[in-house]
Design a protein around this ligand. Structure first.
Ligand code: SAH
Length: 372
């Protein structure tokens, strides 16, 4: 490399967005592409990547593993659900678990993952750990995709101030040739294919040095049903679980019921208000305006027709307003939450005041007047 050329670049190499963000974005793009349901991040450190991945809606299980419990503990609470997650539980289920342990050891909690990420991890491994790593990740965990990123030492001369390694804890840093030869041999051994890429573009005219961070994406060649090592050698749990959260989800009947009750009451209130304001407009005597017209005015277009056709009009009797459940069920949000009319009835039974025959939600008019 031309020395002057090299020195010129040493002053200006600064990645935007920062390299760690580019690495995490790379993983996120991969998740969007392959839609894995279960993702494990090995060497997850302060859980930043896990935090980013919790927003990927395809993921239902996220796990982190690190040999340093304190690194995980520092920010692990950022992985907890927020109040809004309880107020508006999501459709999907999501469980996040953090384990304390080493990638040199096998633990059954690491089985069944679709994607395993090892971002800037391998260069922190001692030789003995690195030797065990392929058997643990590719042989035992055997996910469909493994992503490994590591510094590319060919790029180091362009980085100001880097003498031997980029970080004092790095046990080694590989050139492109070294990483590719290790990765190809590992892929061959465990029946994976591997493709090389990276993040952190080299300066124009210096493409030969490659990306600042080199990345190998390994894809398992054999189907998941294939004989795996774990079925032959059962392993005992060796990792310690230090954090586990289960996000509220509508898949959980408890949260679904709460959501349906709120939505039913909200919908019934809207219908009731519209009905009452029409009554005020036309007076208490429905004869001043036909019942048909009153119903049509209460609802918009399509729904208005449906309400009338199916005899689903809300009505007032004595001091009570009755909103037929069938009307409430025809509102898209309620319909989508419950799926069937039977499910709606089951979920609100005993939780919402209904008419004697159970076909309508009942509100007192006086109560409304008192509120006003
Ligand atoms: N993946 C993170 C940080 C990588 S730093 C990121 O993308 O930013 C490397 C991490 O690997 C450190 O947190 C370190 O504690 C962890 N580590 C080192 N040796 C390990 C081992 N044998 N098993 C599991 N984690 C290990």
């Amino acid at each position: 490399m031309d020395k002057n050329f090299q020195e010129e670049f040493m002053q200006i190499i600064k990645f935007e967005p920062p390299l760690y963000k580019q690495r995490h974005q790379f993983v996120r793009d991969l998740v969007e592409k392959y839609k894995p349901k279960k993702v494990a991040d090995l060497g997850c450190a302060d859980c930043r990547l896990l935090w980013m991945l919790k927003f990927c809606s395809c993921i239902g299980v996220l796990a982190g593993l690190d040999i340093c419990a304190n690194a995980m503990k520092e920010k692990m609470y950022t992985l907890s659900p927020l109040p809004v997650d309880y107020l508006q539980p999501s459709e999907r289920s999501l469980t996040i678990t953090l384990h304390h342990g080493s990638v040199a050891h096998k633990d059954p909690c690491m089985l069944g993952f679709d994607l395993v990420t090892c971002i800037e991890l391998i260069e922190h491994l001692e030789e003995s750990e690195l030797n065990k790593f392929p058997d643990v990740v590719f042989g035992f965990m055997a996910p469909s995709i493994v992503v490994i990123s590591t510094p590319n030492s060919d790029f180091n001369p362009l980085l100001p101030g880097v003498m031997l390694h980029r970080h004092p804890d790095h046990k080694f840093e590989w050139s492109q040739a070294q990483f590719q030869s290790w990765a190809l041999e590992t892929a061959r051994c465990y029946d994976y294919s591997v493709e090389f890429t990276g993040v952190g573009d080299p300066p124009t005219g210096m493409e030969k040095v490659g990306f600042c961070t080199q990345i190998g994406v390994f894809i398992r060649k054999y189907p998941p049903s294939g004989l795996s090592v774990q079925s032959e050698t059962p392993t005992e749990a060796v990792y310690k679980t230090i954090f586990k959260v289960v996000y509220p989800s509508l898949k959980d009947e408890k949260y679904l019921q709460n959501a349906v009750i709120s939505e039913v009451i909200f919908t019934a209130q809207i219908i009731k208000r519209r009905l009452m304001s029409k009554r005020e407009e036309y007076g208490d005597d429905p004869g001043r305006k036909s019942k048909f017209q009153l119903s049509m005015d209460c609802f918009s277009d399509q729904l208005g027709k449906l309400v009338v056709e199916k005899n689903m009009e809300p009505f007032v009797s004595g001091n009570e307003v009755y909103i037929p459940l069938a009307t409430i069920f025809s509102f898209p949000k309620v319909n989508q939450l419950c799926g069937t009319f039977e499910k709606l009835c089951k979920l609100i039974a005993g939780k919402v005041t209904l008419s004697n025959d159970g076909s309508a939600v009942m509100f007192s008019i006086e109560h409304e007047n008192e509120e006003n």
